[in-house]
Design a binder for this molecule. Structure first.
Ligand SMILES: [Zn+2]
Length: 750
C-alpha cells in the first residue's frame, strides 16, 4: 500500500488498478472498474506554480507534460495522447536536455499554471440565509455563531443577509440608520424578474428588454447592488445590529402544527439575487436551517403534526407525498446555481429532519459544504463554521469557479464522475463544473476500456495508457490557476496478466470506489439489492484473483494485495451507506455527501472505523474492530469518521468515578485517561465537518455508538464469551462466518 500512497503524495490520485486491464473483456473480468479517486487541488508545498500559459497540443489540446517525447534538435514534442507532432514556440528556443522547462521535469507530473493577466478582481461573496422559525434558545446559539463568523470574514468579501420563516426577508445593509427589508411570501416561488421589480432595481432605469438575463453586465447599477451586498468591513456594524434585533418568526403556531418555514423560497430568492448582482463570481449561499421545510415548492412535510416526516420506508414504498416535488425544485435550483457559478452550503441543525435528502442535489452539484448537527449550540456546528473562515489553524482552501477536464489515451474513455460536481454536457469533450471546491474535494473517476482486441505483437504500439486531469479554478487568493496532473499506467492483456493485475491492485482505493458506486446505485436504481450486488462482486473477485484448488474451500488464499478487501466489503455491507434503515433519509444523504467528496484514507475510516486500545499492559495499539476488543481494564478509541467514541472499560470507569486520576500516586492512571483524549483532539483538528465526540463507559447507554460498529464475533447466541468482555445483541453474521461462506462460493464458482 505504501507505494500507492507515495503516488498519491505526488499527484493526489489513487487508482483501484495501477496495472490496467487492457481490453474491454479483461476489464469486465476484473469486476471493480478501472477508476481513480483524484483530489484536484490537494496542496503540494513543493509543486511549482508557473507564471506563464501552458503549451497545448494543436490537435487534442492536451497540455505538454513529462511523458511527451521531445526532439531537442528539431524543437518538436510529440503528444502522448494523440501522437501529434507539435513545434515549440520561439520562447522555448533555448530548450535542451540540460535546460528543461519545469513542466517537462519527470517529477512534476502535477504542476500549476497561473495566468498573470487573469487575476480576478471579484471579491468572494457570502449570502447568509438564516432560518428564524426556531426556538429562542436555538436563535441565541445561531446569532452568536453568526456574529463570530462575521468577525472572521475577509475584509474585502461582500456580504448579504436573508432571513426566513413564514416570509422571506431580504435585508438592505446599505443604509444602517434605517433598517429596511423586502418581504416575499413564503408559499410562492418568486421569479428573478419579480424579485428585481419588487426590490426596486429598475427605479431609475428602464427595465432591460425581456429575454435578457439580468446581471451586473446588463444594467444593474453598482449602487443598487451595494444595497444588498456590502464589503464585510463596511457592514459589520449594520449586520451585527440586525442580528442583535433579529427575533424568532413572530407568526403564532397552533399546537397541532409545525412552524411555517419556507426554506426553498428563501434559497430561490438568494439564488436570484446573486444571479442578478454577481453572476460568474465565486459566491456562496450559506443556509442555516433549524427545522423541516413546510412551505413553498420545496416543502418536505405538511404543517399538520399528525403527518410524520418521510422515512426510508416511505421513500422505498414511494409514499412520501412531497419528496419528488421538492427534489425537482432543488434540481432546478442546482441548475440555476451551476449556470451562475454559485455554491450552496448547508448547515442543518435540528433534532428533526430538515430536508437534507431533498436539498442534497443542489449542495452536491455546486460543490457546497454540508454540516449536520443536533443544535446550533453543538460543537459539530459551531466549530465547523469557525473552520470555514478561520485560516490559521486549518485552511479549507475554499476555491471557486472550477472546470474539470479529462484527456485519455484513445483506447480508454471516462464513463462518469461520482463527486461534488455538475456535468457540463459539452458534447464529446469530458468537462465538469466545480462551482465550489476545496483542498479536500475528491472526485471518483470511472473509466471504460474501449479496446476490444489485443493488438498484434508485430504492430509497434505502446503498452502505456495516459491520463491527463485539468482543473481550472479560482484560487482562494483570487487568481486563476490551472492544475495539470498527467499519469501513465501500464496495461496488460491475455494469459499471464493476472499476476501483474494483482500487483497493481489498491484495495483501499477499490473499496472506496465500491462504496461510492453502491451508494449511487441505491439512489438511482429502483429494486437495486446492494447486499447481493456487493456479495456477487466480492465472490467474482475472489474466484478470479484467489489462489485455490477447485471445490476445496480450505485451500483458498488471497495475495496480500487483496487480503483485506473482503473485510472492507464486510464492513461496507454493515455501514451507514448500505444499512440505511438505521438512519433517517437526512442522515443517509449527509453521510453519502461526505463520502462523495473525501479522499481514500478518510473514506476508508467511514467504511471500516479504526479502533485503538489503551491499557497499562502496552503502548496504545490498534485493535481488531471486534467485540473481543472490549475489556474492563482498557480504554478504546473508535474513529468512525462522523463520530469519535472514547469508551472506558468498567474497571477504568470505576477508578475514574472514584477520582483516582486526581491522586498524586496515580499519575500513570491520569496519563492513561488523557492519552485517548489527546489522540481524539488530533483527529478532530484535522477534519471537516468536525466529528461528534462521545465519551462513554462500558454498559452505559452511549456505549451503543461503539457496539454498533464492532464485529459481532460474540453474540447472545454464540457459546460462552470471555470474562470482562461484552456481547452484541444482533443476528448479523460475524466476519468469520462471512469469510467461510465467501471461500466456499469462490472455489465453486467456475
Ligand atoms: Zn494531442
Amino acid at each position: 500500500m505504501a507505494e500507492f500512497m507515495e503516488l498519491e503524495g505526488q499527484d493526489g490520485v489513487r487508482m483501484a488498478w495501477n496495472v490496467v486491464p487492457g481490453t474491454k473483456q479483461e476489464a469486465s473480468n476484473c469486476v471493480v472498474p478501472v477508476s481513480a479517486i483524484y483530489t484536484p487541488i490537494k496542496p503540494f508545498p513543493s509543486m511549482p506554480v508557473l507564471p506563464y500559459a501552458p503549451l497545448r497540443c494543436r490537435n487534442c489540446r492536451s497540455v505538454l507534460n513529462p511523458f511527451s517525447i521531445v526532439d531537442f534538435t528539431a524543437k518538436i514534442w510529440i503528444c502522448p495522447f494523440c501522437f501529434q507532432r507539435n513545434h515549440f514556440p520561439p520562447h522555448y528556443a533555448s530548450i535542451s536536455d540540460e535546460n528543461l522547462p519545469a513542466e517537462l521535469f519527470p517529477q512534476y507530473t502535477t504542476i500549476e499554471y497561473q495566468s498573470p493577466g487573469e487575476a480576478s478582481s471579484l471579491p468572494p461573496v457570502f449570502m447568509f440565509v438564516v432560518d428564524t422559525s426556531i426556538i429562542e434558545e436555538e436563535m441565541a446559539f445561531l446569532k452568536s455563531a453568526l456574529t463570530q463568523a462575521i468577525g472572521l470574514l475577509p475584509d474585502n468579501s461582500l456580504v448579504g443577509l436573508i432571513t426566513f420563516g413564514t416570509l422571506v426577508h431580504v435585508h438592505e445593509l446599505g443604509f444602517s440608520t434605517i433598517p429596511k427589508t423586502y418581504a416575499f411570501k413564503g408559499s410562492k416561488d418568486v421569479s428573478k424578474d419579480q424579485l428585481l421589480e419588487q426590490m426596486g432595481f429598475f427605479l431609475n432605469k428602464p427595465k432591460p428588454s425581456t429575454g435578457v438575463i439580468a446581471g451586473a453586465r446588463d444594467g444593474l447599477s453598482s449602487e443598487s447592488i451595494a444595497r444588498f451586498l456590502l464589503p464585510a468591513s463596511d457592514c459589520e456594524f449594520a449586520l451585527n445590529s440586525i442580528l442583535e434585533e433579529l427575533q424568532k418568526d413572530p407568526w403564532p403556531i397552533p399546537v397541532d402544527q409545525r412552524a411555517s418555514r419556507c426554506t426553498s423560497t428563501a434559497l430561490s430568492v438568494a439564488a436570484s439575487l446573486l444571479g442578478a448582482c454577481v453572476p460568474g463570481s465565486g459566491a456562496r449561499i450559506m443556509a442555516f436551517i433549524g427545522g423541516p421545510s413546510t412551505e413553498g415548492p420545496g416543502a418536505i412535510v405538511s404543517k399538520n403534526l399528525s403527518e410524520p416526516i418521510r422515512s426510508h420506508k416511505d421513500l422505498d414504498k414511494d409514499s412520501a407525498p412531497h419528496y419528488h416535488k421538492a427534489v425537482k425544485f432543488y434540481e432546478a435550483l442546482a441548475k440555476q446555481l451551476v449556470h451562475q457559478g454559485h455554491v450552496l452550503d448547508l448547515f442543518a441543525c435540528a433534532l428533526d429532519q430538515v430536508g437534507v435528502a431533498e436539498l442534497k442535489v443542489a449542495v452536491e452539484r455546486t460543490g457546497g459544504l454540508v454540516v449536520l448537527a443536533e443544535s446550533f449550540g453543538h460543537s459539530v456546528f459551531k466549530d465547523s463554521l469557525r473552520c470555514v473562515f478561520q485560516s490559521e489553524d486549518k485552511d479549507l482552501g475554499l476555491s471557486s469557479n472550477g472546470i474539470f477536464e479529462i484527456n485519455c489515451s484513445k483506447d480508454i474513455k471516462v464513463q462518469g464522475i461520482l463527486g461534488p460536481c455538475a456535468s457540463l454536457e459539452k458534447g464529446s469533450t469530458s468537462a465538469w463544473k466545480l462551482c465550489g471546491l476545496d483542498q479536500a474535494t475528491s472526485l471518483c473517476l470511472i473509466f471504460e476500456i474501449v479496446k476490444t482486441d489485443i493488438p498484434d505483437a508485430t504492430v509497434q504500439s505502446s503498452n502505456q495508457f495516459y491520463f491527463q486531469f485539468l482543473t481550472y479554478y479560482q484560487h482562494s487568493t483570487g487568481e486563476m490557476r490551472l492544475r495539470v496532473t498527467t499519469l501513465s499506467r501500464r496495461w496488460v492483456a491475455g494469459p499471464g496478466s493476472i499476476q501483474d493485475l494483482i500487483a497493481g491492485f489498491d484495495q483501499e482505493a477499490a473499496a472506496v470506489v465500491m462504496a461510492r458506486l453502491v451508494s449511487f446505485k441505491m439512489e438511482i436504481e429502483a429494486e437495486f439489492d446492494p447486499i447481493r450486488w456487493l456479495d456477487k462482486t466480492l465472490i467474482h473477485i475472489c474466484s478470479r484473483f484467489g489462489d485455490y484448488q477447485k471445490d476445496s474451500p480450505s485451500s483458498f488464499s488471497l495475495s496480500p494485495r487483496f487480503s483485506i478487501f473482503p473485510q472492507f466489503m464486510f464492513h461496507l455491507r454493515r455501514s451507514q451507506f448500505v444499512q440505511v434503515f438505521n438512519n433517517s433519509p437526512d442522515e443517509t444523504a449527509y453521510f453519502r455527501m461526505i463520502l462523495n467528496r473525501e479522499n481514500v484514507a478518510n473514506s476508508v475510516v467511514m467504511i471500516q472505523p479504526s479502533l485503538i486500545s489503551y491499557s497499562f499492559q502496552s503502548v496504545p495499539e490498534p485493535a481488531l474492530l471486534d467485540v473481543a476488543a472490549i475489556a474492563a481494564d482498557r480504554i478504546l478509541l473508535l474513529d468512525s469518521y462522523f463520530t469519535i467514541v472514547i469508551f472506558h472499560g468498567s474497571t477504568i470507569a470505576q477508578w475514574r468515578k472514584a477520582g483516582y486520576h486526581n491522586q498524586p500516586e496515580h499519575q500513570a492512571f491520569a496519563q492513561l485517561l488523557l492519552a485517548p483524549r489527546d489522540d481524539s483532539d488530533a483527529i478532530i483538528k484535522d477534519r471537516f465537518p468536525i466529528p461528534r465526540l462521545v465519551i462513554c463507559d462500558q454498559h452505559g447507554s452511549q456505549a451503543r455508538f461503539l457496539l454498533a460498529k464492532l464485529n459481532p464475533s460474540a453474540t447472545y447466541n454464540s457459546e460462552g464469551h470471555h470474562p470482562g468482555g461484552d456481547i452484541i445483541f444482533t443476528d448479523d453474521v460475524s466476519f468469520g462466518v462471512f469469510l467461510d461462506h465467501l471461500q466456499r462460493l469462490a472455489v465453486n464458482k467456475i
